[in-house]
Design a protein around this ligand. Structure first.
Ligand code: SF4
Ligand code: SF4
Length: 254
């Protein structure tokens, strides 16, 4: 799957990150010119996948195996927070698709929104102050959402149809427990692999700086609603590619 974002010439950036009691030697091709945060998302996707791979190796050395496989999509019925930068990225990608594909996606998202309207979830999802992650109301909302078993509009035949460009938070969610528990996850039954450096959280934090007073993310099913705003949040964070990456990586530990 090709991203719609055309990257300028690149420069190689090498650095090392501590991953639990292991380490990741990262080597990334980063745009050498002036870009927005949204334009370096492909780099951040690669970095996130590298971090998750390193975390997966760590749990395997402890005797655990990741249970996640293509065609296993119960987790794709959870409420997925999509950073506003990824919302912008996916908007550009959707606009790059042939008209018929855009219409088909629009129809899938409309079906999802209709399903949400049929519950009491839509007004709650449209009330951003209810999304504060540690808040009881937010946890109740996430549980109520899962209860409805509404599949992500990008889920096709129980597999992610945008796998190469899927949100960072989807990359970061892997479990070592039996998939049978994923439809009704509890702390006792579902064991996610620990991800020591969460790229999704860094993006949410940057989003909340750009859009003050918000969580920096939207519920993924409301992507087409968000698209109507014409938002370009990435433009608020611009710079040379390697500088943006450096600032991003610094935030893993801040
Ligand atoms: S989190 Fe659960 S449902 Fe999702 S892919 Fe992994 S095992 Fe399957
Ligand atoms: S974007 Fe893909 S991986 Fe993420 S919830 Fe949707 S279908 Fe699943």
């Amino acid at each position: 799957m090709k991203s719609s974002v055309d990257l300028p010439p690149t420069v190689q950036v090498n650095f090392t990150l501590g991953i639990g009691h292991g380490r990741l030697d990262a080597s990334l091709e980063v745009p050498s010119g002036h870009v927005t945060l949204t334009q370096i998302l492909p780099v951040l996707q690669t970095l996130t996948s590298n971090i998750v791979d390193a975390a997966t190796v760590l749990v395997s050395t402890e005797g655990y195996q990741v249970s996640c496989r293509a065609g296993c999509g119960a987790c794709c019925r959870q409420l997925v927070p999509l950073s506003i930068f990824e919302a912008e990225f996916l908007t550009e990608w959707i606009h790059s698709l042939p008209a018929m594909q855009q219409q088909a996606l629009n129809a899938r998202f409309n079906t999802t929104v209709d399903a949400l309207k049929a519950t009491n979830l839509l007004p709650r999802l449209l009330t951003p102050h209810l999304w504060q992650e540690e808040d009881l109301e937010a946890r109740t909302l996430a549980a109520d959402y899962l209860e409805q078993e509404i599949p992500c509009p990008f889920l096709h035949d129980e597999s992610c149809s945008i796998h190469p460009i899927r949100p960072l938070i989807c990359r970061e969610y892997l479990v070592t427990s039996d998939p049978v528990f994923c439809a009704r996850p509890t702390r006792e039954t579902v064991v996610p692999i620990p991800i020591p450096l969460k790229s999704s959280s860094v993006l949410f934090g940057l989003g909340s700086l750009v859009e003050e007073g918000t969580t920096g993310w939207i519920p993924l099913p409301l992507l087409f609603v968000w698209m109507q705003t014409g938002g370009t949040p990435g433009q608020a964070i611009e710079g040379l590619g390697h500088e943006l990456l450096h600032e991003f990586v610094k935030r893993y530990t801040s």
